[in-house]
Design a protein around this ligand. Structure first.
Ligand code: APR
Length: 231
């Protein structure tokens, strides 16, 4: 029976693929006020601005490639049951070959009905055009959880974390709840690998192994430690 390796990732794992993080110095939000592009109110006020913001981000995601950290996590599926929970809306984990990915904040490569968040559709190309409607007759919007909206996958993610034999936190500032609270569901004695050049505050947790490196080198180091433990 393979051990469960639960991995919670944030924008930092995609930084080396050229995708901006949110809260680093030149963070993505720097160009925009979050409340102008990533809230239901913004969508009501100026849907075309919101649509265009996510069309631009989708084009960047399509042009980006998974990096060695994404690929290493996929490769670990040969030795562990790897369950990925990501805050990211890119699809780089899937494109690297990971087979079990839970998107807490949605995924930018799909659209959703403006009336029913469960109704989602693949997007061909890079843009959702204003004036495209779903079968309910509502304007298609990005399949992304905006600030102030419910996070439908949080219960499933908490259950996954509660069963972790090994836990890995990669590239997240733990600034946004409820995602940031998932580490509290990880069993106290489960080893927790924290991979981030500027490690978030995890002082209150036990059995923490800090790897204060970028994701590509940090995940390689953690994988080496895990595979060593298997021999
Ligand atoms: N490798 C690993 N970690 C990195 C790298 C890198 N190359 N570069 C930056 N980081 C780290 C930063 O030190 C920081 O801790 O990644 C983290 C990025 O934090 P945020 O920008 O806050 O991104 P994230 O934690 O994913 O934000 C969570 O907030 O804005 C919302 O919905 C959005 O999902 C997002 C959520």
């Amino acid at each position: 029976m393979k051990k469960k390796l639960v991995v919670l990732t944030g924008a930092g794992i995609s930084a080396e693929s050229g995708l901006k993080t949110f809260r680093d110095s030149d963070g993505l939000w720097e160009g925009y006020n979050v409340y102008d592009v990533a809230t239901p109110e913004a969508w009501q006020k100026d849907p075309a601005l919101v649509q265009d913001f996510y069309n631009q981000r989708r084009r960047q995601v399509i042009d980006a490639l998974p990096n060695a950290a994404h690929r290493q996590l996929a490769a670990l599926e040969a030795h562990f049951e790897v369950l990925i929970i990501t805050q990211n809306i890119d699809d780089l984990h899937e494109r690297a070959g990971s087979s079990n990915v839970t998107h807490l904040h949605g995924v930018i490569t799909r659209s959703q009905s403006d009336l029913d968040p469960q109704l989602t559709y693949p997007i061909t190309g890079w843009e959702i055009e204003m004036g495209t409607f779903c079968e309910l007759g509502s304007q298609l919007r990005p399949h992304v959880v905006w600030f102030g909206e419910a996070v439908p996958m949080i219960q499933k993610a908490a259950e996954i974390c509660s069963e972790a034999d090994i836990f890995m936190l990669i590239g997240t500032s733990l600034a946004v709840y409820p995602a940031a609270g998932l580490i509290d569901f990880v069993p106290r004695l489960t080893p927790k690998y924290i991979i981030d050049p500027k490690s978030p505050d995890v002082k209150r947790y036990q059995n923490v192994i800090k790897i204060e490196k970028k994701a590509t080198s940090g995940v390689a180091e953690a994988a080496g430690l895990l595979l060593n433990d298997l021999t």
